[in-house]
Design a protein around this ligand. Sequence first.
Ligand code: PLP
Length: 442
Amino acid sequence: MEQQNTKPITNDQSRNQALFERAKKLIPGGVNSPVRAFKAVGGTPRFVQRAKGAYFWDADGQRYIDYIGSWGPMILGHGHPAVLESVQQAMQEGFSFGAPTEREVELAEEIVRLVPSIEMVRLVSSGTEAAMSALRLARGATGRSKIIKFEGCYHGHADALLVKAGSGLATFGNPTSAGVPPEVVQHTLVIEYNNLLQLEEAFSLHGSSTACLMMEPICGNMNFVRASVPFMKRCRELCTQYGVLLIFDEVMTGFRVALGGAQSVYAKSIPGFKPDMTVLGKVIGGGMPLAAFGGTREVMEQLAPMGPVYQAGTLSGNPVATACGLATLREVQKPGFYEALGERTRSLVSGLTAAATQAGVPFCGDSEGGMFGFFLMPELPQNYAKVMTTDSPAFNRFFHAMLDQGIYYAPALYEAGFVSAAHSAADIEATVAAASRFFAQR
Ligand SMILES: *Cc1c(COP(=O)(O)O)cnc(C)c1O
């Protein structure tokens, strides 16, 4: 381990605070993505100066054990030597050409080899762009307009996907953001995650006019909620029956929960299981702006320039980003990588659970590969409404107590956490010890 934290610095003398004040004058909320602002938990966001392995250091020189990892991409930890080397070499060769490169072919080959449901793939620059494009392609390929999504699943911020549940199943959703006209979401049906009854009803009412069912198979945007195996099985059956494309949004889970993504986890319980399309991001870029969507050849061939569905990008398949992604994917394929990562992540969740139980604090958690979630409640929730019953003031106290001890969890209770291959057993022990101190004092 590198240097430990020095004495905590109070907010009024902090460089973080000064930077936040400067930022707020020019950048809405002081941040370029809302959850970074600490609005849910209160306090001053940490401005990151540098990062290495499992740690980052803020503008005041404080060190944190990082359980966000850029919200998922940094599965190897920060500044992995092999990734740095690949990126540095790619940079020398040029930043962007607007013409095809060999590395794009290599990355496509890797993705298609590792995710059996993907026969063809297109590279883009963000998860939002990938999900938005997959949706357009699903509509173009099926000639249908309606889409079904689940409450609590996040698929980026494309207009048609920023929807909350309507008042009933015959009615469609309402925009969750200002600036999204109701007409844009009138084809988006939102139902409850893990609710078989609603799923059946949605398909019997709208199945034959629905283009796709888009879902996070293990939902990391409501902390950590798995689709149950029977629910997933039924999603697959109904999609097949009605000719609806099952789209797995694996932007978070892809190469994070297992080498073959969440779909490989479900395929263990449901023989032959495959989604029709998959959306990838985060880990495949290793921290660079890179994402992808792919699926069967038949569907992907509908995309321009082969087919009628338009999609394009100036920086798509960027040569530096693809170098970073390829180097990352090479590392995660080393034997035993996910076994070790999964084991370390489980040791964190079981350590936190034991610490809370000992102090009589209601607590539960779950993990898959290098992704985890925990809740200050006795039982794992199955849907968004249940997640939102978490005692949020208690979560905020926990968050700040951990932050003060140099441990950085996601600053919102509905976000998943991430462990990297750089997190050591000592990092996990230090984290559990810090949590124990907090639980004991309550
Ligand atoms: C992060 C995320 C997105 C959006 O990706 P961006 O790169 O932030 O646009 C989409 N879907 C899921 C499941 C995500 O976790």
